[in-house]
Design a protein around this ligand. Sequence first.
Ligand code: SF4
Length: 363
Amino acid sequence: MPLRRPACYRALGIPMLHSRSKIITYSSSWTFVPTHYCRNTCGYCAFVERTGERAQLVSINEARKEIERARSAGATELLVMSGEGVEESRPVRDRLRREGFTNYIDYLVAVARIALEHDILPHINIGNVNEDELRELRQVVPSMGMMLETVDDKLRRTPAHLRAPDKEPARRLATLRAAGAARVPWTTGLLVGIGETETSRAETIKTIVQIHQQFGHIQEVIIQPFTPHAKTLMENAAPPRFEELRDCVAMARALLPDEVTVQIPPNIAPRFLELIEAGATDLGGVSSDGDRINPEERWLAPRSYAASLMKRGYALQSRLAIYDDWIANDWMSSETLEAVARVRRRLPQIIAASPSSEKEVYV
Ligand code: SF4
């Protein structure tokens, strides 16, 4: 299990920020998508593109420019996000070769290093990865993630996952375990409303608890509502009822150990204040460049969330991509540990709220 207040953390002079009571956290994030290519077709996904410009791989030069923009916008986290099996794409392989990389992981290591040079912490979510890849990435990446979504095998026969072999629960559980074995602080979560049942939601959370008990690496669990998108297989499916989402948040909080944070995305989750009251304590990455999975759902400015939270007696605080409890030698490389100390020093702390800013969109 992770150490609380590790000695090396104190030695770096980094203050502890978290107190679970009335503090709600978020990460000041910027999303970088190396490619929209993915070999799967999930029934709800509006992200995947297999042809055209967005299915290409972004060059390292362009990645550097994007990271400079992130730094100018004040981001402390670079969420690097792509789909599965990107090396199956010929254009992606050609770009990797032209840029001198032997594979996609090498490319991601280079992107992560550029982020660290700019005092931004990379957080990588590229779907399933194996233990060797994780060991390479953890040298320059302090935390990573992958949504488990569900352990319900029946969804593989429904539009949600019928054409998505990488969503096989056993495969995703293997990735969660590999992350634990490689000692990578990890974010995972549930996608609510894609055809699973309340019972299977409970099973999914209990499975995450079991894996965390074995490895101690799960730092947060996202409870994410399904959102229908035009031109997807599930465009006419209904999103989950608010009560289902709220009950799932409450169940996650009740079943997960204290050190694992429950996160909800306030741009797509309805009535986010009620979800906070149900047990969520984190708003996830809030990004001024918009949500790349749900582009129509922009975030509000952090001070707008702070204003709403203040009315219920909560304070909003920014956090790092890696949670405090995992900032320790045995969870991080020396390179990422030093970067965390640098980034922490420029992290804004309690976010000032102004009631007049309550509906201010984050741009
Ligand atoms: S695996 Fe991810 S990127 Fe690929 S189709 Fe599914 S949701 Fe979209």
